[in-house]
Design a binder for this molecule. Structure first.
Ligand code: RIB
Ligand code: CA
Length: 319
């Protein structure tokens, strides 16, 4: 068992039910050290997302992890909020105590730049929200492109249908211009699209297994995902809920969960009907160099077992 030092990560979020599960998975995984949580709007308005991030961290006894508010609206698009998917609080039916901690005074863009530039090659950025904060950080300090260790992005739909328009995935659709800037920035990126996350369905049986442990954490997971499951049933006829964000987080310490392929990928920022569509040039028609790794296959059961086992451990250690 290699005892390499934990991978230092910053999680950029729009918390959001599956964002909250990604925060909990990071806290439950000794292979990673969650250095900070940055927030933008998406699943809920940013100010609510900041409260949610603080509350979820405290739920797991990690109130020491700094939370930073970022850019609250997309670069160009009007703000789109997914209240139907994550509920009015952004955490479904879950009710958490108001957080004791306050967010850091530092802006998320400045925190990202400061942390990445202070430790070149050390910081892994896991981006599970619209990419507005990351795009602004690149423009403010382009040197982070070389200094960041890796960027794992939950976003896009390559050979899979969109979840927000017929072709566009939510994070990419909310801020397609930010996604375009990040995708073409030259950062070392791995994209985790709906192609793989829609194979990772968290089901009632998983909730029932977790509820065997009486804990605020298991109750939070049950209450938040209950709303999320109702959304997936009503809008997408799926039994269970797609927990996109923890899949991306898991790649920070278990990259062999997926099979990736280097591709040239871009985002449609020009057309009306396919705005936010992520396009992978599988046959190299455009003769452009690949700009990222894209995860195209995943081991769903291995991921879900990992997630549930680590949530059990987190809940048991918390008691
Ligand atoms: O399309 C799924 C993504 O959009 C997830 O990150 C979810 O939390 C929302 O942000
Ligand atoms: Ca998210």
């Amino acid at each position: 068992m290699s005892h390499s030092k934990p991978k230092r990560i910053i999680l950029d979020t729009d918390p959001g039910i599956d964002d909250a599960l990604a925060i909990l998975l990071a806290l439950a995984s000794p292979e990673v050290q969650l250095e900070a949580v940055t927030v933008t709007s998406g699943n809920c308005p940013m100010d609510q997302g900041v409260i949610n991030a603080l509350s979820v961290l405290e739920l797991a006894g990690a109130g020491h992890v700094p939370v930073a508010a970022g850019v609250p609206v997309p670069l160009i698009q009007p703000l789109l909020i997914a209240a139907e998917t994550h509920g009015t609080t952004g955490l479904g039916y879950a009710k958490l105590p108001p957080p004791q901690q306050r967010p850091t005074d530092q802006h998320a863009v400045d925190l990202l730049i400061e942390r990445i530039m202070a430790a070149p090659g050390e910081i892994t950025l896991v981006a599970v929200a619209p990419l507005t904060n990351i795009a602004m950080a690149i423009r403010r300090e382009p040197r982070i492109i070389q200094a960041v260790h890796e960027v794992i992005i939950m976003g896009g739909a390559l050979l899979f249908q969109g979840n927000t328009t017929p072709v566009a995935e939510f994070n990419t659709y909310v801020d397609p211009h930010a996604a375009y800037m990040v995708y073409h920035s030259g950062m070392p990126m791995t994209l985790v699209p709906l192609d793989v996350t829609y194979q990772c369905i968290f089901r009632q049986a998983d909730v029932d297994r977790l509820l065997k442990i009486d804990s605020p954490i298991t109750r939070f997971i049950a209450d938040s995902t209950k709303f999320y499951m109702e959304f997936h049933d009503e809008y997408q006829d799926i039994e269970g809920c797609v927990i996109n964000d923890p899949v991306a987080l898991a790649l920070a310490f278990m990259p062999d969960l997926v099979e990736t392929r280097r591709l040239h990928i871009t985002v449609d920022i020009h057309s009306e009907v396919s705005l936010g569509n992520t396009i992978g040039d599988f046959y190299k028609a455009w003769q452009k160099p690949p700009n990222m790794q894209a995860a195209l296959k995943v081991q769903p059961r291995r991921f879900l077992d990992l997630f549930v086992e680590r949530m059990e451990q987190l809940a048991l250690h918390q008691n």
